[in-house]
Write a protein that binds this ligand. Sequence first.
Ligand code: SF4
Length: 972
Amino acid sequence: MSSWCLLEPTMQRNQIMKAQPVINTQPIVSDEIRKTTCYMCACRCGINVHLKDGEIRYIEGNRDHPVNQGVLCAKGSAGIMQHNSPARLRAPLRRVGPRGSGQFEEISWDEALSTAAEWLADVREKDPKKLAFFTGRDQSQALTGWWAQQYGTPNFAAHGGFCSVNMAAAGIYTLGGAFWEFGSPDWELTKLFMMFGVAEDHDSNPIKMGIGQLKSRGVRVISVNPVQTGYSAVADDWVSITPGTDGLLIQSLIYELLRTNRIDLDYLIRYTNAPWRVIHAPGTESHGLFARDDHGDAMVLCQSTQSLISHKTPGVTPNITEKTVDAEGRELVSVFSLMVDAWLDQDYAPEATEARTGVSADRVRALAAELARVAFEEEIELPIEWTDWKGETHQTMKGRPVSMHAMRGISAHSNGFQTCRALHILQLLLGSVDVPGGFRFKPPYPKSVDMHPKPAGKADSIRPGQPLTGAPLGYPRSPEDLLIDDDGQPVRIDKAFSWDAPLSAHGLMHMVISNAHAGDPYPIDVLFMYMANMAWNSSMNSAGVIDMLTDVDPATGEYKIPKLIYSDAYSSEMVAYADLVLPDTTYLERHDCISLLDRPICEPDAVADAIRWPVVELKRNVRGFQSVLLDLGARLGLPGMVDDSGAPKYQDYADYIVNHQRKPGVGPLAGFRGPDGQAIGRGDSHSDQLDRYIENGGFWIHKLPKEARYYKAHNQQYQDFAVDMGFYDSPAPYVYQIYSEELQKFRLAAEGFGQIQPPEHLRERVRTSFTPLPEWYAPFEGSMVSESDYPIYALTQRPMAMYHSWGSQNPWLRQIHGHNPLFVSSEIAKQHQLSDGDWVWVASHHGRIKVQVVVMHALNPNTVWTWNAIGKRKGAWQLNPDAPEATKGFLLNHLIHELLPEKGDGLRWANSDPITGQAAWYDLKVSITKADQSDPGIYPDFPVIESPGELVKPASTVTYGIQFQPTKGDRS
Ligand code: SF4
């Protein structure tokens, strides 16, 4: 990176602090320590909050906590200033000026909740789907999803659709689990760690601790990433890949492993569907489906008898290479044969891929050789006896000590789902999934896709005043599971689970506002959002979204999205566009549960969950959103939220956490259950459960039996443990799905088979993208714009010191990132004669921005990037309009459209993965031109919005240790 300094003296740069410091000489001592869970990012580390006279003095890591073991990052320690933020909302608000003006009046909670309940009740009685309820990166989706279900709207999702649903869904459909919350590298035993597309600080403390552990053992770390920052900067090998080509590199690695015969055949036969037989009957409705017996079990060809038998047969040794025929005379081939045919294709030879990926053929061969060397020459064998799902006892647990981790960099592309699937298949070929030294699942994962619900919300099941029959989100298995009406039109406002995005397991939050504005597939009445900054950094085409939120229907004089309820703790850009604001607490003032029903904090060797609780007194007129949601549910009389007399069933979220049971004996928290608080997993509610958690440091943890710690999907001891814990009700072992029959069923529909088929304009897209073995295809945007017009790849990643926009108002963290430059490669800088600080125009097919550059050498030659969510709208977040976030910071989002360019047939597709609907943020292609340096300044420059943060009335200062005397006009 260049020596151009991003940090300027705080007093000059951070213009909200125009004051002389007065040093507080009082020693900082605490008189009480309260243990809770951090929420400065999504990692959920344990923290000890030191208090003095009830005020926070200091935050440190909890050394006993399973997630961070005492480690605390910059964000975590800056939680003090999050709590003291000037941008905190302080009371419910009703809009009194036009949307976007930021003009509100404070109202009482009773008035706010009555208004919200009135709006919501009206919609529920007429047509519940006219409520769109979407949340951001909250950690209570088990509650919010259940609330949507009980309300009766299918229009629910959280942030996953614009984050990493490709990673999550590819993991579930292939392995039954994915990275991060679902699994992690075996940090203790791995001997080679390889990352793909991991942001500079993803899964922050856990990965930092893990990499630290690897470094101390001398383990090699490889990072595949166009940008060499963060983890990539400390990797032993940095592979500078062209954005969007990770899938091609992975398939080239697979080619090399197959070509050199360096794969774990025994693992593939035992634990994957490689030996399963696939019907090869092109042009028929059964082509590409598994050959199944009378019980529906997929069949294999027995090597000794040459007969077709269930793959579940104990002791069977399958033939994986020869073709055979079934009783109907249909040719059957093994998945393994299909794999070899597909990936030994010369198109995947390293020489054939190097031009596109930017990774030389020699390097691909070297990477493949190193993966194979460690996997097969440094095998681990633990002396632990275990029994597999077929009853065979193994004296040891064998492991291929290669572990991998991947995230949004490979996921947020229109080819991301198949890229993520390819990565999992690479892991399987090496035999390194859930084995000693490999990638390991964290309970309650793995769970096969068959154990996950299908999405509820079929057109005929949405009825006025009635709940849905199941959860709105799920995992479709075939076209029959889609949420489309009799005409094939989407049921959901975001078009999730329609032919636009059949496997959109997390919804398409980035399409909600534009679809609602267009009335496509229908208009909505109420948009209800929580923690989702859709009027700024969480939306593609942010300026367009702002217009949509303020656009008025000339026929009615009403906004096209008529009612907008928003809940947030801070005065983000989105607050200004709400009609009704339900102010949330900070994470230190509330109850929360980090639940096994949601995204828990388990470790591969242990089941764990945690709570947050009010460690400081709440002194503003705000309420935890989850309690508000339950209150609204009770006011609406939603099933499960009221008792037989119609009275509220839960006093607040804390009451719900303790007493709600999703099924008998299974509630939000797994620890300290039963009449005496001794039961774990399953058990009656225990009235003192939260106190027990607090006494225990804010979390609960239970170790897995030694023999259940690996091979969980196939391990009888783990399966029994999972049933005891309540993860599922009977053992459910399975094998990993290299070949996806689910995808093939959608492809067959596109080829004209079955009752439910895609519309003509999507038929070819479904046929080519739903390949049952992953096939790489070029990202859509790059294929649709002129390479000569937009030759450069443009990316974002969140900064290490902030979690997206959460740190925007934090005075400490703002001193690390007050604004963001556009990092340009030295090659681009040379071509355009750019130096640090120069202004450039950056243009895409959608728009253009003017920003300052910093030249960076450790960057893919044809790539530019910046941090997301540093740039702020003037006036938002209680920042002064001339704060650097607004005058120098910028959003790349202005260049990204939620729709792809016109195809020439009048149709525009969503800028999303065609399988899951994941927002394709990283497909962006741009051009750069040097701007007139005599006319500096950010473009676009938005008008100031008034921030209804805490300090508008009354004014005060932000103080901690060093106190600032405010000068006139200061707002913090
Ligand atoms: S990694 Fe995230 S959860 Fe952990 S201390 Fe840092 S901000 Fe908090």
